[in-house]
Design a protein around this ligand. Structure first.
Ligand code: NI
Length: 386
């Protein structure tokens, strides 16, 4: 596998950086230590550093003559998970964990930055974007709102995520939608409490809520075009405190996923319509809150071809899945792709055995792929700015 030899030479350094980041996870907009560490490394490599976008964001800039400008992006944040691993580099911040491999993403981009600053075999400008708060809070959206592309205009932006379940040495990409839109909802059902033995005196929010959960299943199965993807998951149902009291309220919440704007609009309208109608049939009332979180991650065709070519140069054509099946997971890189052309790829992290899955308390980023990911970034920069 033609990983870049110079990058392979500092694999031990990258492994040490990655494990240090893993041991010190920080969550949304609190990536202070991580941000400092990234900025210090970039400065050591001789790269111009700008700090403060979206609070803890770092943008490194490396210029080499005239040419196009691209951005390469890594996310730096961890998750609110109590780590179940017991190795030397396990989380030292109880309840916080790098369970999505953003420690590896940050390290691979640092590795590429070090190599590109040393060799400069490209013409143009590379911006290394280290963003906060990819999980839930949309750090990419905040960077866009705070004018990242006004301050650092780019021709294209590229992103990457490790992918457990995909073999080491394989990469995946697809033009068009690759990750879904991510929304959340909350339905508050209000009835009237009564003795559990006298249900006729109540307006039962538990029975009403249960019917709403059932009826919501028809959105994906009965009213969305079967050729389109839609997910409506109720993930929370809170009601009542004891055996013999029908409570006043039930609160349901969940998430929805879709790729197309018309499907997203349909899901939102359907949740409201179903909740209100079922409640009315039961003499209860509802309040529905629906919040759009992340748009779908949509790869641009030309940049997808460039990304696939760079991936093929590193792992071999046979190891690049160019028609990867999109995931219903979501990614805030979508906010960057709404502003600029670009492409987001998956990098095989190896088998998901023993809970080595994204957002699992037994997950760990596979250090074996640090050189592959960093070589991909470096090759992409050299090819696009060749
Ligand atoms: Ni992630």
């Amino acid at each position: 596998m033609p990983i870049i030899n110079r990058i392979a030479e500092f694999h031990a350094d990258m492994t040490a950086w990655r494990r240090d980041l893993h041991a010190h996870p920080e969550t949304a907009f609190e990536e202070h230590r991580t941000s400092e560490l990234v900025a210090n490394h970039l400065t050591d490599f001789g790269i111009e550093v700008d700090r403060g976008l979206a609070g803890t964001g770092v943008v490194g800039t490396l210029r080499n003559g005239d040419g196009p400008t691209i951005a390469l992006r890594a996310d730096m944040d961890a998750l609110d998970i109590l780590e179940a691993n017991d190795f030397a580099h396990k989380s030292q911040n109880a309840g916080k964990m790098h369970a999505c491999g953003h420690d590896g993403h940050t390290t691979m981009l640092l590795g590429a930055a070090r190599y590109l600053a040393e060799t400069k075999r490209f013409r143009g400008t590379v911006h290394f974007v280290f963003q906060p708060a990819e999980e839930n809070e949309g750090g990419a959206r905040v960077m866009v709102e705070q004018g990242i592309f006004d301050r650092f205009p780019v021709d294209a932006i590229y992103g990457l995520h490790n992918w457990p379940g995909m073999d080491v040495g394989r990469m995946g990409v697809v033009p068009g939608p690759m990750m879904a839109a991510y929304d959340v909802f909350e339905i508050t059902v209000t009835g009237r409490s009564a003795h559990g033995a006298m249900p006729h005196q109540s307006v039962d929010p538990v029975v009403t809520g249960a019917q709403i959960v059932g009826a919501l299943q028809t959105i994906a199965s009965r009213t969305t075009d079967p050729q389109q993807s839609a997910v409506v998951s109720v993930t929370r149902f809170h009601a009542g405190d004891t055996w013999n009291v029908i409570p006043d309220q039930a609160v349901l919440a969940g998430t929805t996923r879709s790729f197309r704007p018309e499907v997203q609009d349909h899901i939102e309208a359907s949740i409201t319509r179903i909740a209100e109608s079922v409640a009315a049939a039961n003499r209860a009332t509802v309040e529905v809150r629906y919040e759009r979180r992340y748009p779908p991650t949509i790869n641009h065709a030309a940049e997808t071809r460039l990304a696939a070519a760079a991936a093929a140069a590193v792992v071999g054509t046979d190891n690049v899945v160019e028609n990867a099946t999109p995931s219903m997971g979501a990614e805030d890189f979508a906010f960057f792709l709404r502003e600029k052309p670009g492409c987001y790829v998956w990098l095989g992290n190896g088998p998901g055995d023993g809970g080595c899955l994204l957002h699992n308390s037994k997950y760990d980023f596979n250090d074996e792929i640090l050189t592959i990911g960093a070589s991909y970034w470096a090759t992409l920069a050299e090819q696009v700015l060749g």
